[in-house]
Design a protein. Structure first.
Length: 183
């Protein structure tokens, strides 16, 4: 008998940070290792995933981390950050945006509706926070992710450089305005 999906806000402690670091390394590798050099992947994973790095994210008052669990295993997560300036000109007036910094699902669980559930929960959090838009960066070659975000109404509004090891890549900035809010 399978257990139901559980999506909860992560607790800001070392045990959760360790689990999140492992999950982040796993899902990032599953998603991007085949398209990047082992050296660039190793460098990026070392600088981006470790218990101390994830603990700092969990303790940041602007951040919310959602953990998705199925059958007693953590199989996906979303890292959100309020007050994001992603995609805004430096002289733009303050706009309340929520950024999806990361949204990943373990490879074996892709296509099960888990990503959709994480996105719905993210959009619920955005509505509750009364932000005007949700933004994110997605690698220009990640066609599956781009199609996923487009199904939720995200549209390309710009681009930003993303450094993976020594390789500077191009991320597309996607944005979804929220109904009833000035953007």
């Amino acid at each position: 008998m399978s257990s139901p999906l559980r999506i909860a806000i992560a607790k800001a402690n070392l045990a959760t940070a360790t689990r999140l670091a492992e999950l982040g390394r796993q899902t990032f590798s599953e998603t991007f290792a085949a398209s990047n050099t082992p050296e660039d992947m190793a460098a990026y994973l070392a600088e981006s995933y470790g218990p101390e790095i994830q603990l700092a994210q969990l303790q940041d008052p602007r951040c919310t981390c959602l953990l998705a669990e199925m059958q007693g295993q953590t199989v996906g997560y979303a890292l959100l950050q309020e007050a994001s300036t992603l995609g805004l000109p430096t002289d733009a007036p303050a706009t309340r945006q929520l950024e999806i910094k990361q949204l990943y699902v373990v490879e074996d669980w892709i296509g099960t509706g888990l990503g959709k559930a994480l996105m719905r929960r993210t959009l619920d959090i955005a509505q509750a926070a009364q932000v005007t838009a949700v933004v994110l960066g997605v690698w220009e070659h990640n066609e599956r992710a781009k199609a996923f975000y487009q199904r939720f109404g995200f549209r390309e509004v710009g681009e930003v450089a993303f450094r993976l090891g020594q390789d500077v890549q191009r991320d597309l900035i996607y944005r979804k305005g929220l109904a009833g809010r000035a953007s």
